[in-house]
Design a protein. Structure first.
Length: 821
């Protein structure tokens, strides 16, 4: 009874939460709404340390807003389609749903034990027909708008897995999963026209600046890759019976037109085969065979020796009439710009490397003051004065760009243009365990949408094991009675599309479904969505910095344009939690440094693990499990809990006459914690609660005594703040203080401003002996708290710039001295 036992406390509270329902939003308009969301998990097995960290962070935010009086929506679901389930099914001669739903149940139980404060009644799974019906419905709306279309194009193909791979799944030219060299294959595939939204995806990032990590915004910007330049038409002279033809290039540097000394087309583009003369055809074909297995990254690598073949053709420079040899090479990409370039070796390193390899001329046209690239071997790209460029001579780079565009435009041989790196989203997968594409192919009518009232197109339930093994077409293609259906338009014989959707489609709208998960006549209830969204705080790993977030942003904009929702950005704020490492390295089977979450929970208890995760570092930083002390967390929690045994005043006692010194510490802690929580400095809040616990213990033991109302006030504040990090301990403490309801909805303690005025001292923080920051701290701050505060300082982090710490000397309350590595 009077000793802290995490196991006893854990056994008691889940049933209480089921009874009290403190995590269910009222959604009655009585309080301001706030939507807090963690990126939903993939059911790959039981929860791991990474989940434990991410969900601990998200839960701090949800629980904090609840204490602040918001009506909080904090849901959970599963991203439950995907290849691992299919592979498991092949191995076990089972249906993918068995593995999937078993794992979901396991994870759900672990999440309950982990006490994340979610509304379980909103739970969803993307592999449920009641969910993917609406993924299909949304696909059809995109299709009607011309935003979903099919085209034939070369895609990455893994010959072993017999499926298409996204560019991100090709690593060093090989399949990310099995290591087989990837080839290109021409396939008729479905795409979403995300490129139509490139400008809006860029421009709307203004709404996110300051609320999303800058590096995520930078990654998105880079992925969209807007570049301004010009299209310039070069006439390829007739040769060998082939007629003259005009071929445009995309260039960001039209000012360097006079420096073009050769012309290059992408070797794997159809254009190369069109242009090549008979004399050079065999050589080109052999070259094309050789480059099939290279990834874009390898092809563009500046490390690799440049290769290519001459096509036998010549291009005429529209500005000066010069004849340039036309080459075909793999460093020019078929699907970027126009697939053809004018090569300016003096000012583009790739072109210079190619010129060196094939002994082509180099002509400097922008004098930057640096050594002539022909001599140095280093292309110059900076500003300078135009030379060797006819009427452009003497101009600066930007003026020359503008003037060159004018000149080609006057001649009708070019125009200003914007080019994007972003490609349309390839969404077809030749896999079973995904959302079937709701299209029927009819020889007479073409691509016919499945009528809305016939959705969902469900997956067959009787496929197992070997039925799912890769065959180069989707396993669905072999299920005759599923594939063959009458055409919805002409009733003639027709076939269902047998591909399934990329699982990123499923996850591009799940955050909307949570607002009204039981809606059966639409993907979501528009009013409910507009009440709850945008998501106020999204929490997840930086591995999703590009695709998931970009696709979700794209979906949101399309749904806005369709009039289905009233906002254009889905996630107002984003927090990327760090990784959990062990011994400074990511946990992995091959390193054998994995830490099993459930063993940690059994040994130290849920609260100690949660507290350790959050206390270890600011949420964005990695946590090295080798450096933390769950047993230290455990001891602290016991100490906090024992305060409850010594509080002898009654709940609701008048605190105004209580010990002023302790009250002042309590109120400062509460006020500062709120500010720190707003800034995501969760770890510092824990340091502050530790101080408050110490101060309260000291007050009890040193004559103020447990009957003083200030001791109750302090202990209640401890329970409320701790409820964000260690919910079981906090509930039990709150209960022992005589409160029957859940501490989760106790409300954040009111701060009495008059108690905040206090003596502070200035602590100086030095890095390598130089003063880098000054912190106002309480004169009785502990060494631990001061260390945490110093390390959390923005100034200090900037100064450390990612370096580790060799030594840190703390002399509370005056000085911290840090020596970096
Ligand atoms: C001539 C030139 C001169 C270029 C110069 C650069 C510097 P970003 O900024 O990434 O858009 N380029 C165009 N299409 C290409 C393709 N399909 N594959 C490989 N390279 C391609 O890059 C635009 C520049 O990349 C273009 O400008 C073109 O080279 C090259 F001093 O044109 B430039
Ligand atoms: Zn038909």
């Amino acid at each position: 009874e009077n000793t802290y036992s995490f196991a006893d406390i854990e056994a008691r509270w889940p049933a209480e939460w089921d009874r009290l329902q403190p995590f269910k939003p009222a959604d009655d308009g009585s309080r301001e709404r706030r939507y807090v969301l963690d990126m939903f998990p993939y059911p790959s097995g039981d929860l791991h340390m990474g989940h434990a960290e991410a969900f601990a962070m998200g839960d701090v935010v949800a629980r904090y807003y609840r204490q602040q009086g918001f009506d909080v929506l904090h849901p959970i679901g599963w991203d439950s389609f995907g290849l691992p389930a299919e592979n498991a099914a092949i191995q076990r001669n089972a249906h993918p749903s068995e593995w999937t739903y078993t794992n979901i149940e396991t994870q759900a139980n672990s999440f309950r034990r982990y006490a994340i404060s979610v509304d379980w009644s909103r739970r969803l799974h993307t592999s449920d027909p009641g969910y993917y019906q609406w993924t299909q419905w949304l696909f059809l709306r995109f299709f009607e708008k011309g935003l979903a279309y099919r085209k034939n194009s070369p895609v990455n193909w893994c010959p072993k897995d017999q499926t298409v791979l996204a560019n991100e799944q090709v690593v060093n030219g090989a399949c990310e999963r099995c290591g087989t060299p990837v080839t290109k294959k021409s396939l008729n595939q479905w795409y979403f026209k995300i490129t139509d939204y490139a400008d809006r995806l860029l421009d709307d990032m203004d709404q996110l600046r300051g609320h999303w990590p800058e590096r995520v915004l930078a990654m998105q910007r880079n992925w969209i890759g807007r570049s301004e330049g010009a299209h310039v038409d070069f006439v390829i002279e007739e040769a060998d019976g082939k007629p003259a033809q005009s071929v445009p290039v995309f260039t960001t540097r039209p000012d360097t037109l006079h420096g073009a000394t050769f012309f290059v087309v992408a070797a794997d583009a159809p254009l190369a085969l069109d242009l090549v003369t008979e004399a050079h055809r065999a050589e080109l074909e052999e070259y094309r065979e050789g480059i099939k297995s290279l990834s874009e990254i390898e092809r563009q690598s500046t490390e690799r020796e440049k290769t290519g073949v001459f096509t036998g053709r010549w291009a005429i420079n529209p500005l000066n009439g010069e004849k340039l040899p036309v080459w075909a090479a793999d460093y020019v990409l078929a699907d970027y710009g126009t697939g053809a370039i004018m090569a300016v070796p003096a000012h583009d390193q790739r072109d210079l490397d190619f010129a060196k390899a094939f002994d082509l001329p180099v002509r400097m046209v922008v004098d930057t003051g640096a050594e002539d690239p022909a001599v140095s071997g280093i292309a110059t790209t900076g500003d300078g004065t135009l030379v060797n460029s006819g009427e452009l001579d003497g101009l600066g780079k930007d003026e020359a760009i503008a003037r060159a565009i004018e000149l080609v435009a006057e001649h009708g041989t070019g125009e200003q243009t914007v080019n994007y790196r972003l490609r349309d989203w390839l969404l077809s997968r030749q896999r079973f365990w995904g959302t079937p594409i709701p299209i029927i192919h009819c020889a007479t009518c073409g691509e016919v949408p499945v009528p809305d009232d016939q959705l969902p197109v469900t997956l067959p339930e009787d496929l197992r094991g070997g039925d799912l093994s890769p065959k180069g077409t989707s396993p669905l293609a072999a299920v005759e009675d599923w594939v063959n259906v009458p055409c919805p338009q002409c009733a003639g014989p027709a076939k269902r599309d047998t591909d399934t959707m990329d699982t990123f489609v499923d996850s591009s709208w799940y955050f909307l479904r949570f607002a009204s998960p039981d809606t059966t006549d639409a993907p979501f209830d528009t009013d409910a969505v507009n009440r709850w969204l945008p998501v106020g705080q999204y929490v997840g790993g930086v591995e999703h910095a590009i695709l998931h977030l970009l696709y979700s942003r794209f979906f949101t904009k399309v749904l806005f344009d369709l009039g289905l929702i009233g906002f254009t950005e889905p996630f107002s704020a984003l927090l990327n939690q760090g990784q959990v490492l062990n011994g400074g390295k990511a946990m992995s089977k091959s390193l054998g440094n994995g830490v099993d979450l459930s063993q940690q929970l059994d040994k130290f208890g849920v609260d100690a693990i949660r507290l350790t995760m959050v206390f270890a570092s600011p949420p964005e930083d990695d946590v090295d499990w080798a450096d933390v002390s769950p047993s230290g967390s455990s001891k602290f929690l016991a100490r906090a809990w024992r305060l409850g045994l010594d509080v002898s005043s009654a709940p609701g006692v008048d605190v105004s006459g209580g010990d002023r010194a302790l009250r002042s510490i309590t109120h400062r802690t509460v006020a500062d914690s709120a500010a720190l929580l707003q800034g995501n400095k969760f770890n510092v809040v824990i340091a502050r609660v530790m101080e408050l616990v110490n101060a309260t213990r000291k007050a009890i033991d040193s004559g103020v005594g447990g009957a003083d109302p200030a001791v109750r006030e302090a202990t209640e504040a401890v329970a409320i703040i701790l409820s964000l990090f260690a919910p079981y301990t906090a509930e039990d403490l709150w209960n022992r203080l005589g409160h029957p309801a859940s501490v989760a909805t106790a409300g954040w303690p009111a701060v009495d401003e008059s108690l905040l005025v206090q003596e502070t001292v200035v602590a100086v923080v030095q890095v390598q002996g130089k003063v880098r920051d000054r912190l106002e701290v309480s004169p009785d701050i502990t060494e631990d708290a001061l260390r945490e505060l110093a390390l959390a300082s923005g100034q200090i982090q900037k100064t450390l710039d990612g370096r580790g710490i060799r030594t840190i000397i703390v002399r509370a309350p005056k000085l911290v001295n840090i020596v970096p590595e």
